[in-house]
Design a protein around this ligand. Sequence first.
Ligand SMILES: [Zn+2]
Length: 129
Amino acid sequence: MPPLSQQQSNEFSRILKSRYRELWSDVQRELANAQPYSEIAGETHDLEDQATADVLVDINLADIHRNIGEMRDIESALERIVGLSYGTCTDCGTDIGLDRLRAWPTAKRCQPCQGRYERQHATPKHPSM
Ligand SMILES: [Zn+2]
């Protein structure tokens, strides 16, 4: 028995897809922004310019990396919707709960399991809720 109704699944699917498009256009914008800086780095031999260009490119890459990480989370959430396991904790199999999903649509664990997971993996990528 899937934890969500068809209508609820469609709702989350829509939320996740629009978030995905948002992240993707961010990534494209970051890539477009990064381009001039890498050109500057390639064309000048001034050390100071080179250092500035490196810093800017690093910042963009960090943003892109974060966005792509979230896009992967969204992809796997969409797969769980299709597989009817969305809304079920991947660790203990209980319902994650609509409130938690609304606050965090890519959640794949219930709150206690997520807390345990974050304690075991010292660098949480998502806020604990
Ligand atoms: Zn759980």
